[in-house]
Design a protein around this ligand. Structure first.
Ligand code: SAJ
Length: 430
């Protein structure tokens, strides 16, 4: 039976390499259509959890794993690749300390895939990477087996568009971009992905598909940097940036709302634009918006600290020795993820100024910054702090009560927007 018949009949076997926040939801959605899926992961604990129908990804429930017993399993043994008709690679693509792309996870996965590559297989990369990577790096590695792309096996790229915790958009109903190394490769990724995704967007190459993803997230980073700079401008002008931004957001066309904040956190937005900038540098071009956005966004933690210094000074206090409560430390609201959280930079800078720092975050159980444990506190003694900094505006906090009890509040997220004016002098915003 050929690849297309196998997919259509549901006899196709798929291996997803990397069972994280991208790979696991993808594996579940595929298995839901009746096909056999195996999640291949290096971490035994993850494999054991999945095989016991315990999910560690917010968007996947234990119940959904239980329902898929027999169609979805997990292993650390790469020999499962030998029986796979299709392999989808969903491994991390972080930055090195030098801010250069770290594609070592993909290349490690490629070694396992190459070891078991056989005629008829479709390989799809989902990990975010720079334009040209699939064609220039992954294809040659796989063709070193002697098999030829488009003839013996197929290779495609499809950027992940997972938005963890999004109640509206999941794998099935989020349009998915797909690009193939050859027309045959495109046809195969279309027929496979068409089984479990409602709307596919086919582009002319894997390079184009890689660039689409980077455009999406560079767009966000640049626009966030713009409103961050608007908040700095409004400060100089004596204006409330959120008032200005909320009013601009009433324009029903030609405008898209972004908010200033304490900086850029997460595992996508601060990272992805650097993949684009790095690639263009190799082509002797400077991606100036990428660089400027990075510069502005990376400056925001310092902007917040300067605001705290100014506010404490107005209250006749030095940062040195002041008791400061960081209210909300995750990289964005209503999640526990701390990756690249601007709160870490703010704490580091305040600690260097000898402030006495604690934090409160209902989603973050423990926190250490540069090896220093930061005490976790509740909100029963807000008045005892010289300053409360709202860094992440989690939903289930009574911000009005915090402001009523606090001596001083610096709000970096407009959590106090609706009543800040009643507490002139006590609530400062960035
Ligand atoms: N941020 C701002 N101002 C804004 C929006 C975000 O300061 O107006 C900050 C956030 O606080 C956070 C960082 O930027 O620290 C990133 O926030 P994000 O809303 O972009 O959230 P992420 O990192 O979870 O981005 C993901 C991305 N999804 C994928 O890459 C597949 C992104 O493309 C989505 O658009 C985004 O979720 C989303 O829309 O929520």
């Amino acid at each position: 039976m050929n690849f297309f018949d196998k997919v259509r009949s549901g006899d196709v076997r798929v291996v997803v390499v990397g069972a994280g926040y991208v790979g696991l939801p993808l594996a579940v959605e595929m298995a839901r259509t009746g096909i056999r899926v195996t999640a291949l992961d290096k971490i035994q604990a993850k494999v054991d959890a999945l095989n016991e129908a315990h999910s560690y990804v917010g968007d996947v429930s234990d119940a959904s794993l239980k329902e898929l017993t027999g169609r979805l399993d997990a292993t650390t043994d790469d020999s499962v690749l030998a029986d796979a008709d299709a392999v989808v690679i969903c491994v991390p693509t972080p930055l090195r300390k030098t801010k250069d792309p770290d594609v070592s996870f993909i290349m490690d996965a490629a070694e396992h895939v190459a070891k078991h590559l056989h005629p008829g297989q479709l390989i799809v990369l989902e990990s975010t990477t720079y334009p040209g990577f699939t064609r220039e790096m992954l294809r040659p590695r796989l063709e070193r087996t002697g098999l030829v792309v488009g003839k013996d096996f197929c290779l495609a790229f499809s950027p992940e568009r997972v938005d963890p915790g999004n109640p509206t958009y999941g794998i099935r109903n989020t349009p998915k971009v797909v690009g193939g190394c050859t027309p045959e490769c495109l046809k195969r990724v279309e027929v496979l992905y068409g089984r479990f995704i409602d709307h596919l967007v086919s582009v002319s190459s894997t390079d184009a598909a890689e660039m689409v993803k980077l455009l999406e997230n560079t767009f966000r980073a640049v626009n966030i940097a713009l409103v961050n700079e608007v908040s700095i401008m409004c400060n100089r002008l004596g204006l409330d940036s959120w008032e200005v931004i909320d009013a601009a957001s009433t324009k029903p066309f030609g405008y898209m709302r972004f908010y200033p904040g304490p900086g850029l956190g997460g595992h996508c937005i601060p990272i992805d634009p650097h993949y684009l900038g790095w690639k263009l540098k190799t082509l002797k071009y400077t991606a100036r918006f990428v660089e400027l956005a990075e510069e502005v966004n990376a400056s925001m933690p310092r902007v917040v600290v300067e605001r705290v210094v100014e506010a404490l000074n107005e209250h006749g206090k030095a940062v040195n020795g002041s008791k400061i409560l960081m209210l909300g430390v995750a990289y964005k609201k209503d999640i526990s993820d701390m990756r690249e959280s601007p709160a870490l930079d703010i704490i580091d800078m305040l600690a260097h100024k000898h402030a006495d720092i604690s934090y409160h975050d209902p989603f973050v159980e423990e926190l250490s910054v540069l090896g220093r444990e930061i005490p976790r506190k509740d909100l029963t003694d807000v008045a005892s702090y010289d300053c409360v900094i709202i860094v992440t505006d989690h939903s289930d906090i009574d911000y009005r009560r915090v402001v009523e009890e606090a001596q001083l509040v610096v709000d970096t997220r407009n959590a106090t927007g609706s009543f800040r004016s009643e507490f002139a002098g006590k609530v400062w915003s960035i």
